[in-house]
Design a protein around this ligand. Structure first.
Ligand SMILES: Nc1ncnc2c1ncn2[C@@H]1O[C@H](COP(=O)(O)OP(=O)(O)OP(=O)(O)O)[C@@H](O)[C@H]1O
Ligand SMILES: [Mg+2]
Length: 502
Protein backbone atom coordinates (compact mmCIF):
# COMPACT_ATOMS: atom_id res chain seq x y z
CA UNK A 1 0.00 0.00 0.00
CA UNK A 2 1.07 3.58 -0.57
CA UNK A 3 2.15 5.91 2.21
CA UNK A 4 -0.80 8.11 1.54
CA UNK A 5 -3.39 5.58 2.64
CA UNK A 6 -4.76 6.12 6.11
CA UNK A 7 -6.88 3.02 6.11
CA UNK A 8 -7.06 -0.26 4.27
CA UNK A 9 -9.80 -2.75 5.15
CA UNK A 10 -9.70 -6.10 3.35
CA UNK A 11 -11.85 -9.24 3.16
CA UNK A 12 -14.21 -8.08 5.86
CA UNK A 13 -17.17 -10.37 6.54
CA UNK A 14 -19.77 -9.98 9.26
CA UNK A 15 -23.01 -11.93 9.71
CA UNK A 16 -25.97 -11.42 12.01
CA UNK A 17 -28.66 -14.04 12.53
CA UNK A 18 -30.42 -14.24 9.17
CA UNK A 19 -28.31 -11.55 7.48
CA UNK A 20 -24.91 -11.54 5.85
CA UNK A 21 -24.34 -7.84 6.56
CA UNK A 22 -20.85 -7.76 5.01
CA UNK A 23 -19.53 -10.21 2.48
CA UNK A 24 -15.79 -10.01 1.78
CA UNK A 25 -15.70 -6.23 1.36
CA UNK A 26 -12.76 -3.87 1.11
CA UNK A 27 -12.24 -0.14 1.55
CA UNK A 28 -9.16 2.04 1.10
CA UNK A 29 -9.12 5.63 2.33
CA UNK A 30 -6.45 8.13 1.30
CA UNK A 31 -5.00 10.68 3.70
CA UNK A 32 -6.63 14.11 3.63
CA UNK A 33 -9.55 13.00 1.49
CA UNK A 34 -13.27 12.60 1.88
CA UNK A 35 -14.38 9.09 0.99
CA UNK A 36 -18.11 8.74 0.48
CA UNK A 37 -19.69 5.40 1.30
CA UNK A 38 -23.00 4.88 -0.45
CA UNK A 39 -25.61 2.19 -0.85
CA UNK A 40 -29.21 1.35 -0.20
CA UNK A 41 -30.69 0.88 3.26
CA UNK A 42 -29.22 -2.23 4.78
CA UNK A 43 -26.28 -2.37 2.35
CA UNK A 44 -23.86 -2.69 5.27
CA UNK A 45 -22.40 0.82 5.52
CA UNK A 46 -22.94 1.38 9.24
CA UNK A 47 -21.92 -2.18 10.00
CA UNK A 48 -18.54 -1.74 8.28
CA UNK A 49 -17.96 1.44 10.27
CA UNK A 50 -18.88 -0.29 13.52
CA UNK A 51 -16.35 -2.98 12.66
CA UNK A 52 -13.79 -0.24 12.16
CA UNK A 53 -14.36 1.28 15.59
CA UNK A 54 -14.44 -2.08 17.33
CA UNK A 55 -18.15 -2.19 18.11
CA UNK A 56 -18.51 -5.35 16.06
CA UNK A 57 -15.85 -8.01 15.65
CA UNK A 58 -15.91 -9.39 12.09
CA UNK A 59 -15.66 -13.10 11.38
CA UNK A 60 -12.96 -12.34 8.90
CA UNK A 61 -10.86 -9.49 7.60
CA UNK A 62 -7.77 -7.35 8.02
CA UNK A 63 -7.44 -3.72 8.96
CA UNK A 64 -4.35 -1.64 8.29
CA UNK A 65 -4.39 1.78 9.90
CA UNK A 66 -1.62 4.35 9.41
CA UNK A 67 0.55 1.66 7.85
CA UNK A 68 0.20 -0.84 10.70
CA UNK A 69 -1.89 -3.94 10.84
CA UNK A 70 -4.29 -3.56 13.76
CA UNK A 71 -6.94 -5.44 15.70
CA UNK A 72 -9.59 -3.10 16.97
CA UNK A 73 -11.55 -4.55 19.84
CA UNK A 74 -13.46 -1.65 21.32
CA UNK A 75 -14.31 1.98 20.68
CA UNK A 76 -11.92 3.31 23.33
CA UNK A 77 -9.07 1.60 21.54
CA UNK A 78 -10.22 3.01 18.20
CA UNK A 79 -10.31 6.51 19.70
CA UNK A 80 -6.83 6.14 21.10
CA UNK A 81 -5.57 5.04 17.69
CA UNK A 82 -7.15 8.09 16.11
CA UNK A 83 -10.53 6.96 14.75
CA UNK A 84 -13.69 8.70 15.88
CA UNK A 85 -17.25 8.39 14.67
CA UNK A 86 -20.40 10.43 14.46
CA UNK A 87 -23.18 7.89 14.74
CA UNK A 88 -26.27 7.73 12.57
CA UNK A 89 -28.54 7.33 15.57
CA UNK A 90 -27.76 10.13 18.00
CA UNK A 91 -27.72 9.05 21.61
CA UNK A 92 -26.54 11.89 23.82
CA UNK A 93 -27.04 11.72 27.58
CA UNK A 94 -30.18 13.86 27.86
CA UNK A 95 -29.51 15.29 31.31
CA UNK A 96 -25.86 16.18 30.76
CA UNK A 97 -24.70 19.57 29.64
CA UNK A 98 -23.04 20.05 26.26
CA UNK A 99 -19.63 20.22 27.97
CA UNK A 100 -20.23 17.08 30.04
CA UNK A 101 -21.40 15.23 26.96
CA UNK A 102 -18.34 16.20 24.94
CA UNK A 103 -15.90 15.27 27.71
CA UNK A 104 -17.75 12.14 28.87
CA UNK A 105 -15.21 9.55 29.97
CA UNK A 106 -12.22 11.89 29.65
CA UNK A 107 -13.11 14.74 31.98
CA UNK A 108 -10.17 17.00 32.85
CA UNK A 109 -9.16 16.41 36.46
CA UNK A 110 -8.07 19.14 38.82
CA UNK A 111 -6.54 19.01 42.26
CA UNK A 112 -7.54 16.03 44.47
CA UNK A 113 -8.69 14.18 41.34
CA UNK A 114 -11.94 16.10 41.10
CA UNK A 115 -13.44 16.92 37.74
CA UNK A 116 -12.31 20.39 36.74
CA UNK A 117 -15.65 21.76 35.58
CA UNK A 118 -14.30 25.21 34.81
CA UNK A 119 -11.66 23.84 32.47
CA UNK A 120 -14.19 21.50 30.86
CA UNK A 121 -16.55 24.37 30.12
CA UNK A 122 -13.71 26.62 28.94
CA UNK A 123 -12.31 23.91 26.66
CA UNK A 124 -15.75 23.24 25.25
CA UNK A 125 -16.30 26.93 24.66
CA UNK A 126 -12.96 27.09 22.79
CA UNK A 127 -13.79 24.04 20.70
CA UNK A 128 -17.23 25.37 19.74
CA UNK A 129 -15.78 28.80 18.97
CA UNK A 130 -13.06 27.30 16.80
CA UNK A 131 -15.76 25.48 14.85
CA UNK A 132 -17.99 28.57 14.88
CA UNK A 133 -20.80 26.62 16.48
CA UNK A 134 -23.00 28.95 18.46
CA UNK A 135 -24.13 26.88 21.46
CA UNK A 136 -23.61 27.52 25.17
CA UNK A 137 -21.49 24.71 26.76
CA UNK A 138 -23.77 24.78 29.81
CA UNK A 139 -26.97 23.95 27.92
CA UNK A 140 -28.56 20.68 28.96
CA UNK A 141 -28.54 18.30 25.98
CA UNK A 142 -32.26 17.56 26.01
CA UNK A 143 -33.01 21.26 25.56
CA UNK A 144 -31.16 21.33 22.24
CA UNK A 145 -32.96 20.96 18.93
CA UNK A 146 -32.20 17.86 16.88
CA UNK A 147 -30.00 20.01 14.63
CA UNK A 148 -27.96 21.42 17.50
CA UNK A 149 -27.62 17.97 19.03
CA UNK A 150 -26.13 16.92 15.72
CA UNK A 151 -23.73 19.88 15.73
CA UNK A 152 -22.57 18.92 19.25
CA UNK A 153 -21.94 15.36 18.06
CA UNK A 154 -19.88 16.72 15.19
CA UNK A 155 -17.86 18.91 17.56
CA UNK A 156 -17.33 15.95 19.86
CA UNK A 157 -15.99 13.71 17.11
CA UNK A 158 -13.61 16.44 16.00
CA UNK A 159 -12.40 17.14 19.55
CA UNK A 160 -10.46 13.88 19.64
CA UNK A 161 -8.03 15.17 17.00
CA UNK A 162 -8.36 11.90 15.12
CA UNK A 163 -6.63 11.02 11.86
CA UNK A 164 -9.86 9.50 10.57
CA UNK A 165 -13.36 10.70 11.29
CA UNK A 166 -16.38 8.65 10.31
CA UNK A 167 -19.55 10.59 9.66
CA UNK A 168 -22.60 8.37 9.35
CA UNK A 169 -25.33 10.51 7.79
CA UNK A 170 -24.23 13.66 9.65
CA UNK A 171 -26.60 15.94 7.78
CA UNK A 172 -29.79 13.95 8.21
CA UNK A 173 -30.97 16.30 10.96
CA UNK A 174 -29.63 19.64 9.76
CA UNK A 175 -30.57 21.98 6.93
CA UNK A 176 -28.68 23.73 4.18
CA UNK A 177 -27.09 26.40 6.33
CA UNK A 178 -25.53 23.89 8.74
CA UNK A 179 -24.58 21.61 5.88
CA UNK A 180 -22.55 24.46 4.40
CA UNK A 181 -21.05 25.01 7.84
CA UNK A 182 -20.16 21.33 8.21
CA UNK A 183 -18.56 21.33 4.76
CA UNK A 184 -16.36 24.28 5.76
CA UNK A 185 -15.28 22.32 8.83
CA UNK A 186 -14.58 19.25 6.69
CA UNK A 187 -12.44 21.24 4.26
CA UNK A 188 -10.33 22.61 7.13
CA UNK A 189 -9.89 19.09 8.49
CA UNK A 190 -8.78 17.87 5.05
CA UNK A 191 -6.15 20.58 4.85
CA UNK A 192 -4.74 19.23 8.11
CA UNK A 193 -4.49 15.78 6.53
CA UNK A 194 -7.46 14.30 8.33
CA UNK A 195 -9.40 11.71 6.34
CA UNK A 196 -13.18 11.51 6.46
CA UNK A 197 -15.47 8.59 5.67
CA UNK A 198 -18.75 10.18 4.77
CA UNK A 199 -21.97 8.17 4.62
CA UNK A 200 -24.97 9.81 2.99
CA UNK A 201 -27.94 9.19 0.74
CA UNK A 202 -27.82 12.71 -0.66
CA UNK A 203 -26.33 12.95 -4.13
CA UNK A 204 -25.75 16.70 -4.05
CA UNK A 205 -23.59 16.34 -0.98
CA UNK A 206 -21.51 13.59 -2.45
CA UNK A 207 -20.59 15.61 -5.50
CA UNK A 208 -19.84 18.67 -3.40
CA UNK A 209 -17.56 17.10 -0.85
CA UNK A 210 -16.30 13.65 -1.84
CA UNK A 211 -12.96 12.81 -3.46
CA UNK A 212 -13.62 9.10 -3.77
CA UNK A 213 -16.87 7.15 -3.73
CA UNK A 214 -17.44 3.54 -2.76
CA UNK A 215 -20.76 1.82 -3.39
CA UNK A 216 -22.04 -1.20 -1.46
CA UNK A 217 -25.01 -3.34 -2.33
CA UNK A 218 -26.39 -6.15 -0.17
CA UNK A 219 -23.23 -6.41 1.88
CA UNK A 220 -20.91 -6.47 -1.12
CA UNK A 221 -18.41 -4.02 -2.53
CA UNK A 222 -19.66 -2.90 -5.95
CA UNK A 223 -17.22 -0.19 -6.97
CA UNK A 224 -14.82 2.53 -5.86
CA UNK A 225 -14.45 5.52 -8.19
CA UNK A 226 -13.07 9.06 -8.08
CA UNK A 227 -15.99 11.48 -7.70
CA UNK A 228 -14.90 13.35 -10.81
CA UNK A 229 -15.27 10.23 -12.92
CA UNK A 230 -18.87 9.36 -12.19
CA UNK A 231 -22.27 10.99 -12.12
CA UNK A 232 -25.60 10.81 -10.38
CA UNK A 233 -27.17 8.30 -12.73
CA UNK A 234 -24.31 5.83 -12.76
CA UNK A 235 -24.13 6.02 -8.96
CA UNK A 236 -27.83 5.28 -8.66
CA UNK A 237 -27.48 2.39 -11.10
CA UNK A 238 -24.61 0.97 -9.01
CA UNK A 239 -26.56 1.32 -5.79
CA UNK A 240 -29.89 0.02 -6.98
CA UNK A 241 -28.58 -2.43 -9.55
CA UNK A 242 -30.96 -1.03 -12.18
CA UNK A 243 -31.78 2.28 -13.81
CA UNK A 244 -34.11 4.57 -11.92
CA UNK A 245 -35.42 7.33 -14.08
CA UNK A 246 -38.21 9.28 -12.49
CA UNK A 247 -36.94 10.51 -9.12
CA UNK A 248 -40.01 12.54 -8.24
CA UNK A 249 -43.01 10.72 -9.65
CA UNK A 250 -45.52 13.45 -8.80
CA UNK A 251 -48.75 12.72 -10.61
CA UNK A 252 -51.48 15.23 -11.11
CA UNK A 253 -54.33 14.89 -8.68
CA UNK A 254 -57.54 16.83 -8.79
CA UNK A 255 -57.52 19.30 -5.97
CA UNK A 256 -60.75 19.62 -4.06
CA UNK A 257 -62.18 21.54 -1.12
CA UNK A 258 -60.29 22.76 1.91
CA UNK A 259 -60.00 20.01 4.51
CA UNK A 260 -57.74 21.75 6.98
CA UNK A 261 -57.72 25.47 7.63
CA UNK A 262 -55.33 26.96 10.14
CA UNK A 263 -55.86 30.53 11.25
CA UNK A 264 -53.48 32.72 13.24
CA UNK A 265 -51.83 29.83 15.01
CA UNK A 266 -49.63 31.27 17.75
CA UNK A 267 -47.34 29.92 20.42
CA UNK A 268 -45.79 32.85 22.23
CA UNK A 269 -42.21 33.47 21.19
CA UNK A 270 -42.13 30.54 18.75
CA UNK A 271 -45.00 30.51 16.26
CA UNK A 272 -46.61 33.76 15.15
CA UNK A 273 -49.92 34.11 13.38
CA UNK A 274 -49.51 31.18 11.01
CA UNK A 275 -52.44 30.72 8.62
CA UNK A 276 -52.80 28.36 5.69
CA UNK A 277 -55.22 26.04 3.93
CA UNK A 278 -54.79 22.43 2.90
CA UNK A 279 -57.03 20.95 0.22
CA UNK A 280 -58.15 17.47 -0.67
CA UNK A 281 -55.77 15.85 -3.15
CA UNK A 282 -53.04 18.32 -2.41
CA UNK A 283 -49.46 17.90 -1.29
CA UNK A 284 -48.42 20.99 0.62
CA UNK A 285 -44.65 21.18 1.02
CA UNK A 286 -43.37 23.02 4.06
CA UNK A 287 -39.91 24.49 3.64
CA UNK A 288 -37.70 26.56 5.90
CA UNK A 289 -34.32 26.70 7.53
CA UNK A 290 -33.37 24.79 10.66
CA UNK A 291 -35.11 26.28 13.69
CA UNK A 292 -37.56 28.22 11.51
CA UNK A 293 -40.45 26.69 13.43
CA UNK A 294 -41.80 24.17 10.90
CA UNK A 295 -41.96 21.30 13.39
CA UNK A 296 -43.41 23.65 16.03
CA UNK A 297 -46.28 24.64 13.73
CA UNK A 298 -47.10 20.98 13.20
CA UNK A 299 -46.82 20.25 16.93
CA UNK A 300 -49.45 22.93 17.49
CA UNK A 301 -51.82 21.49 14.92
CA UNK A 302 -51.41 17.94 16.12
CA UNK A 303 -51.90 18.77 19.80
CA UNK A 304 -48.40 17.82 20.89
CA UNK A 305 -47.89 21.24 22.46
CA UNK A 306 -50.58 23.70 23.53
CA UNK A 307 -51.18 26.74 21.38
CA UNK A 308 -51.75 30.20 22.85
CA UNK A 309 -54.03 31.46 20.13
CA UNK A 310 -55.47 30.55 16.76
CA UNK A 311 -58.14 28.36 15.26
CA UNK A 312 -58.16 25.07 13.41
CA UNK A 313 -60.97 24.02 11.08
CA UNK A 314 -61.34 20.51 9.75
CA UNK A 315 -63.77 20.04 6.87
CA UNK A 316 -65.24 23.41 7.76
CA UNK A 317 -65.82 22.65 11.44
CA UNK A 318 -63.90 24.43 14.11
CA UNK A 319 -62.13 21.82 16.25
CA UNK A 320 -60.25 21.84 19.52
CA UNK A 321 -57.17 19.66 19.47
CA UNK A 322 -55.64 19.24 22.88
CA UNK A 323 -53.71 16.03 22.33
CA UNK A 324 -52.49 13.80 19.51
CA UNK A 325 -55.42 11.54 20.35
CA UNK A 326 -57.82 14.36 19.41
CA UNK A 327 -55.88 14.86 16.19
CA UNK A 328 -56.01 11.19 15.26
CA UNK A 329 -59.75 11.14 15.99
CA UNK A 330 -60.11 13.98 13.48
CA UNK A 331 -58.48 11.82 10.83
CA UNK A 332 -54.95 13.14 11.04
CA UNK A 333 -51.73 11.14 11.19
CA UNK A 334 -48.24 12.41 11.90
CA UNK A 335 -44.89 10.89 11.07
CA UNK A 336 -42.54 12.70 13.43
CA UNK A 337 -39.10 13.97 12.58
CA UNK A 338 -37.43 12.39 15.57
CA UNK A 339 -37.88 8.68 15.08
CA UNK A 340 -35.77 7.66 18.04
CA UNK A 341 -37.70 9.66 20.63
CA UNK A 342 -41.25 9.48 19.39
CA UNK A 343 -41.44 6.80 16.78
CA UNK A 344 -39.54 3.59 17.11
CA UNK A 345 -40.42 1.18 19.91
CA UNK A 346 -37.01 -0.41 19.99
CA UNK A 347 -37.70 -3.65 21.81
CA UNK A 348 -40.82 -4.52 19.84
CA UNK A 349 -40.86 -6.45 16.60
CA UNK A 350 -41.03 -4.98 13.12
CA UNK A 351 -44.62 -6.28 12.85
CA UNK A 352 -45.76 -4.62 16.09
CA UNK A 353 -44.10 -1.35 15.16
CA UNK A 354 -45.78 -1.39 11.79
CA UNK A 355 -49.27 -2.34 12.93
CA UNK A 356 -49.59 -0.52 16.23
CA UNK A 357 -51.46 2.53 14.97
CA UNK A 358 -53.97 0.64 12.82
CA UNK A 359 -54.69 -2.48 14.86
CA UNK A 360 -58.37 -1.62 15.22
CA UNK A 361 -58.74 -2.12 11.47
CA UNK A 362 -57.60 -5.70 11.88
CA UNK A 363 -59.83 -6.82 14.73
CA UNK A 364 -62.91 -8.93 14.27
CA UNK A 365 -65.24 -9.57 17.20
CA UNK A 366 -62.47 -8.56 19.54
CA UNK A 367 -59.88 -10.86 17.99
CA UNK A 368 -56.88 -9.83 15.98
CA UNK A 369 -57.04 -11.20 12.49
CA UNK A 370 -53.53 -12.60 12.33
CA UNK A 371 -53.83 -13.81 8.78
CA UNK A 372 -54.76 -10.38 7.45
CA UNK A 373 -52.09 -8.76 9.60
CA UNK A 374 -49.44 -11.07 8.19
CA UNK A 375 -50.62 -10.47 4.65
CA UNK A 376 -50.57 -6.73 5.21
CA UNK A 377 -47.06 -6.89 6.63
CA UNK A 378 -45.86 -8.97 3.71
CA UNK A 379 -47.36 -6.52 1.25
CA UNK A 380 -45.77 -3.53 3.00
CA UNK A 381 -42.44 -5.33 3.07
CA UNK A 382 -42.47 -5.75 -0.70
CA UNK A 383 -43.91 -2.32 -1.39
CA UNK A 384 -41.16 -0.50 0.54
CA UNK A 385 -38.44 -3.05 -0.16
CA UNK A 386 -37.98 -3.50 3.55
CA UNK A 387 -34.83 -5.41 4.47
CA UNK A 388 -35.42 -7.53 7.54
CA UNK A 389 -34.79 -11.24 8.10
CA UNK A 390 -38.36 -11.54 9.40
CA UNK A 391 -41.31 -9.56 10.73
CA UNK A 392 -40.45 -10.88 14.19
CA UNK A 393 -37.06 -9.15 14.16
CA UNK A 394 -36.61 -6.58 16.94
CA UNK A 395 -36.80 -3.25 15.12
CA UNK A 396 -33.76 -1.77 16.84
CA UNK A 397 -31.61 -4.23 14.85
CA UNK A 398 -32.74 -2.93 11.46
CA UNK A 399 -30.59 -0.42 9.58
CA UNK A 400 -31.54 3.22 10.13
CA UNK A 401 -33.33 3.64 6.83
CA UNK A 402 -35.28 0.44 7.22
CA UNK A 403 -36.57 1.62 10.61
CA UNK A 404 -37.83 4.77 8.91
CA UNK A 405 -39.63 2.68 6.26
CA UNK A 406 -41.49 0.83 9.01
CA UNK A 407 -42.69 4.12 10.48
CA UNK A 408 -43.86 5.38 7.11
CA UNK A 409 -45.82 2.14 6.73
CA UNK A 410 -47.30 2.53 10.20
CA UNK A 411 -48.92 5.84 9.32
CA UNK A 412 -49.96 4.90 5.80
CA UNK A 413 -51.82 1.93 7.26
CA UNK A 414 -53.99 4.18 9.43
CA UNK A 415 -55.52 5.48 6.18
CA UNK A 416 -55.80 9.05 7.45
CA UNK A 417 -57.58 11.93 5.71
CA UNK A 418 -54.81 14.33 6.52
CA UNK A 419 -51.33 12.93 6.56
CA UNK A 420 -48.51 15.01 8.02
CA UNK A 421 -45.02 13.83 7.23
CA UNK A 422 -42.06 15.49 8.92
CA UNK A 423 -38.94 14.66 6.91
CA UNK A 424 -40.43 11.39 5.62
CA UNK A 425 -37.50 10.29 3.50
CA UNK A 426 -34.66 11.26 5.79
CA UNK A 427 -32.07 8.51 5.69
CA UNK A 428 -33.98 6.58 3.06
CA UNK A 429 -32.18 5.31 -0.02
CA UNK A 430 -33.05 6.44 -3.54
CA UNK A 431 -35.06 3.37 -4.50
CA UNK A 432 -37.35 3.38 -1.46
CA UNK A 433 -37.50 7.15 -1.56
CA UNK A 434 -39.12 7.18 -4.95
CA UNK A 435 -41.42 4.42 -3.68
CA UNK A 436 -42.54 6.63 -0.79
CA UNK A 437 -43.01 9.54 -3.19
CA UNK A 438 -45.09 7.34 -5.44
CA UNK A 439 -47.25 6.37 -2.46
CA UNK A 440 -47.72 10.01 -1.53
CA UNK A 441 -48.83 10.80 -5.07
CA UNK A 442 -51.22 7.88 -5.04
CA UNK A 443 -52.72 8.89 -1.70
CA UNK A 444 -53.21 12.42 -2.99
CA UNK A 445 -54.98 11.04 -6.05
CA UNK A 446 -57.24 9.08 -3.72
CA UNK A 447 -58.26 12.38 -2.16
CA UNK A 448 -56.01 12.53 0.88
CA UNK A 449 -54.46 15.80 1.91
CA UNK A 450 -50.77 15.70 2.67
CA UNK A 451 -48.41 18.06 4.45
CA UNK A 452 -44.76 17.26 3.85
CA UNK A 453 -42.03 19.01 5.77
CA UNK A 454 -38.67 18.58 4.10
CA UNK A 455 -35.24 20.14 4.26
CA UNK A 456 -34.38 18.84 0.83
CA UNK A 457 -35.31 21.43 -1.73
CA UNK A 458 -35.37 19.01 -4.67
CA UNK A 459 -37.92 16.95 -2.76
CA UNK A 460 -40.03 20.03 -1.97
CA UNK A 461 -39.87 21.23 -5.56
CA UNK A 462 -40.50 17.80 -7.00
CA UNK A 463 -43.44 16.74 -4.86
CA UNK A 464 -45.42 19.80 -3.79
CA UNK A 465 -48.54 21.29 -5.35
CA UNK A 466 -47.94 24.33 -3.20
CA UNK A 467 -45.09 25.33 -0.94
CA UNK A 468 -45.50 27.02 2.42
CA UNK A 469 -42.29 28.62 3.61
CA UNK A 470 -41.82 29.21 7.33
CA UNK A 471 -39.36 31.81 8.50
CA UNK A 472 -38.84 32.75 12.12
CA UNK A 473 -42.12 31.15 13.19
CA UNK A 474 -44.08 33.10 10.58
CA UNK A 475 -45.37 32.41 7.09
CA UNK A 476 -42.53 33.68 4.91
CA UNK A 477 -44.33 32.93 1.66
CA UNK A 478 -46.70 30.58 -0.14
CA UNK A 479 -45.98 29.50 -3.70
CA UNK A 480 -47.92 27.58 -6.29
CA UNK A 481 -46.09 24.77 -8.00
CA UNK A 482 -45.16 26.88 -11.02
CA UNK A 483 -43.78 29.74 -8.87
CA UNK A 484 -41.98 27.51 -6.42
CA UNK A 485 -38.40 27.96 -7.54
CA UNK A 486 -35.32 27.35 -5.47
CA UNK A 487 -34.65 31.06 -5.47
CA UNK A 488 -38.14 32.09 -4.35
CA UNK A 489 -38.13 29.56 -1.57
CA UNK A 490 -34.68 30.44 -0.29
CA UNK A 491 -35.54 34.09 -0.34
CA UNK A 492 -38.70 33.53 1.67
CA UNK A 493 -36.88 31.20 4.03
CA UNK A 494 -34.33 33.85 4.86
CA UNK A 495 -36.95 36.53 5.37
CA UNK A 496 -36.45 38.34 2.07
CA UNK A 497 -39.52 37.13 0.28
CA UNK A 498 -42.61 39.07 -0.59
CA UNK A 499 -45.50 37.65 1.30
CA UNK A 500 -47.78 36.00 -1.19
CA UNK A 501 -51.49 35.71 -0.52
CA UNK A 502 -52.45 32.74 1.63
N1 LIG B 1 -26.90 -5.65 15.54
C1 LIG B 1 -27.54 -6.20 14.52
N2 LIG B 1 -28.23 -7.34 14.65
C2 LIG B 1 -28.86 -7.91 13.60
N3 LIG B 1 -28.85 -7.42 12.35
C3 LIG B 1 -28.18 -6.27 12.15
C4 LIG B 1 -27.50 -5.59 13.21
N4 LIG B 1 -26.92 -4.48 12.70
C5 LIG B 1 -27.22 -4.46 11.39
N5 LIG B 1 -27.98 -5.53 11.06
C6 LIG B 1 -28.46 -5.88 9.70
O1 LIG B 1 -27.35 -5.83 8.83
C7 LIG B 1 -27.70 -5.26 7.56
C8 LIG B 1 -26.81 -4.05 7.28
O2 LIG B 1 -27.19 -3.00 8.16
P1 LIG B 1 -26.45 -1.58 8.18
O3 LIG B 1 -26.96 -0.87 9.39
O4 LIG B 1 -24.99 -1.76 8.08
O5 LIG B 1 -27.02 -0.89 6.85
P2 LIG B 1 -26.73 0.55 6.25
O6 LIG B 1 -26.05 0.37 4.95
O7 LIG B 1 -26.05 1.39 7.27
O8 LIG B 1 -28.22 1.07 5.96
P3 LIG B 1 -28.94 2.52 6.19
O9 LIG B 1 -28.70 3.33 4.97
O10 LIG B 1 -30.40 2.17 6.31
O11 LIG B 1 -28.40 3.11 7.44
C9 LIG B 1 -29.18 -4.91 7.67
O12 LIG B 1 -29.91 -5.94 7.07
C10 LIG B 1 -29.44 -4.85 9.16
O13 LIG B 1 -30.76 -5.18 9.47
MG1 LIG C 1 -26.65 3.03 8.39
Amino acid sequence: MGEDNVLVMEHISKAFPGVQALNDVHLTVRRGTVHALMGENGAGKSTLMKVLIGMYIPEEGDITFLGKKVKIENTQQALRMGISMIHQELSPEPYMTVAENIFLGREPLGRFGMIDKKKMVADTRMLLERLEINIDPNTVMRNLSVANTQMVEIAKAISYDSSLIIMDEPTSAITEREVAHLFRIIRTLKEKGVAIIYITHKMDEVFQIADDITVFRDGRHIATVPATQTDRNSLIAMMVGRELTNLFPKEDASIGEVVLAVRNLTRHGIVHDVSFDLRRGEILGVAGLMGAGRTEVIEGIFGIRPIDAGEIFIRGQRVTIKSPRDAIRQGMALLTEDRKLTGIMGVLSVRDNMMIASLRNYTKAGFLNKRVINETCAREKTRLELKTPSMDQVIRLLSGGNQQKVLVSRWLLTVPDILILDEPTRGIDVGAKSEIHRLMSKLAQEGKAIIMISSELPEILGMSDRVLVIHDGRVGGVFDRQDATQENIMRAATGHGELAAV
